[in-house]
Design a binder for this molecule. Structure first.
Ligand code: TYD
Length: 216
């Protein structure tokens, strides 16, 4: 019988360097003999990628917080059912660059989207399933936004969100981490990428029970 793979999610505000660390984690797990699926949200399946295009698009009519929320969860439902769940069942580890905590932080940070409603949607899409480990890449929003500007990432409207909004996002992420310490590891993402990777490796070894050096 195959044992189920481990589900690792990466969360954080803009400019926290999640995507670089996601690739590092894939390589780290593969070096330990694991089969790994690296994916992201919104997106991660053909239908979910199509919804990503819709939800991150710049529409003349704007996008209401409720529309945005429902599209995020619609994408997640497709991603979960057709990509993540089958991979975990087949014994692969899944590393997702963002997942449901991003909806609590970003959509929950907007007016009118209560935590209760987000919990209802989470329950509808995921049941009681949660990631095994969630790494929260925590960074001062001012530094994070400066980094994204240096990268020239101004092609989607999320990157243009005000600093105040990013502060709110950070607060929600940190509050969630505090409420679920058995799932979250908070990583200081203000450091150099190598130092962040070292903290990631330490967290994964501790949380996933890896001992010793990687297998050859
Ligand atoms: P992306 O370009 O992938 O940015 P990042 O490198 O920051 O992950 O854009 C994803 C954007 O979507 C990001 O600004 C956060 C937002 N988002 C939500 O608002 N809600 C969600 O549930 C998810 C998964 C992402």
């Amino acid at each position: 019988m195959t044992t189920r793979g481990r589900f690792i999610t990466l969360e954080g505000g803009e400019g926290a360097g999640k995507s670089t660390q996601a690739r590092y984690i894939r390589d780290w797990l593969e070096a330990r003999g694991r089969q790994v699926l690296l994916t992201r949200e919104p997106g991660g399946s053909p239908l979910a990628e199509a919804i990503r295009h819709l939800v991150l698009g710049d529409w003349a009519e704007g996008i209401a917080p409720s529309t945005e929320t429902l599209l995020m969860f619609a994408a997640r439902a497709a991603h979960w059912n057709t990509t993540i769940k089958p991979a975990l069942a087949a014994g692969r580890d899944v590393v997702s660059d963002r997942f449901v905590d991003s909806s609590y932080a970003y959509q929950g940070g907007r007016k009118g989207i209560t935590e209760r409603r987000l919990r209802m949607l989470e329950r509808m899409v995921l049941g009681k399933r949660k990631p095994d480990v969630t790494l929260l890449f925590d960074i001062d929003p001012e530094l994070g936004l400066r980094r994204t500007q240096e990268r020239g990432d101004d092609n989607n409207r999320f990157e243009q969100e005000a600093l105040d909004f990013q502060r709110r996002v950070r607060e929600i992420f940190l509050a969630r981490a505090q409420a679920e310490p058995e799932r979250f590891v908070v990583i200081d993402a203000s450091r150099e990428p190598e130092a962040v990777s070292a903290a990631v490796a330490e967290a994964l070894a501790a949380r996933l029970g890896f001992v010793g050096p990687p297998s050859a």
